[in-house]
Design a protein around this ligand. Structure first.
Ligand code: C5P
Length: 233
């Protein structure tokens, strides 16, 4: 495993575009995130291909099901050799603990992190599913539950990183999207932070898509982001 903090989000509809990009990147300079669209189209073979190219892969499938099913899926992902995978914390303690136990038994143990509240949801959406907590309260509650269930960390906004890190300790792994270098396009992200700000707030890994994937020279864009990160760690 390498020490880089940038996880490039491969938001592509097919393998060709993802592979074209990854051939321009370097496994020592970044990790990769494969989500539901690319995985559903291309399957485990593409994950294995990137691992064989030397990349650490975060398999972002957000498992949420009964404990036995989630544990088996986590084990299958571990057998693929992924570096990180995730579940929905709202699946509850039994689901998360059973997933951790399954991963403890695997020879290659990936990091297991949780999604707390989807950033597409607001207080009104929570009320509609009978959750009276505010989004902030629910994020903290689920982050605490994830930690006490044995998970390695959570996905969160960089804006929440400082608070979670203070409450749950610096070792609890925080993976943050919504990152934009100064002067880059915001796209559809609303609450953004720069790479340096996110690291200073306590983020361990920064999930970054378009500022790298849409750059004319992706490796140059990635190198500039890594230089900015290295200037604050
Ligand atoms: O291109 P961009 O840097 O905005 O991509 C960010 C990635 O992180 C996308 O894959 C997006 O779906 C994901 N993500 C996010 N916000 C969250 C959770 C995941 O932007 N709260």
């Amino acid at each position: 495993m390498n020490n880089c903090r940038v996880v490039v989000s491969l938001d592509f509809p097919d393998a060709k575009q993802a592979i074209d990009l990854c051939q321009k990147l370097e496994p020592t300079a970044c990790k990769l995130k494969i989500g539901k669209e690319l995985f559903t189209r291309e399957g485990p073979a593409l994950v294995e291909r990137f691992i064989n190219m030397g990349f650490d892969v975060f398999l972002d499938l957000k498992y949420h099901d009964i404990p036995n099913t989630v544990a088996s899926a986590c084990r299958a992902a571990a057998d693929l050799g992924v570096w990180m995978l995730n579940v929905h914390a709202s699946g509850g303690r039994a689901m998360m603990e059973t997933a951790c136990e399954a991963l403890d038994k695997s020879t290659h143990k990936p990091l297991l992190i949780a999604v707390t509240v989807l950033t597409s949801m607001g207080d009104d959406d929570l009320r509609e599913i009978a959750i009276s907590n505010s989004v902030d309260e629910q994020v903290m509650l689920l982050a605490q539950l994830s930690k006490s269930s044995g998970l390695d960390g959570v996905v969160c906004s960089a804006k929440e990183a400082n608070h979670i890190s203070t409450e749950l300790g610096e070792k609890f792994c925080l993976v943050t999207p919504g990152i934009r270098p100064v002067n880059s396009k915001k796209d559809d992200q609303k609450r953004i932070m720069t790479p340096a700000e996110a690291i200073a707030a306590g983020s361990h890994y920064l999930v970054i898509g378009r500022p790298i994937t849409k750059a004319v020279e992706p490796l140059v864009a990635l190198s500039a982001i890594n230089a900015e990160i290295n200037s604050v760690i």
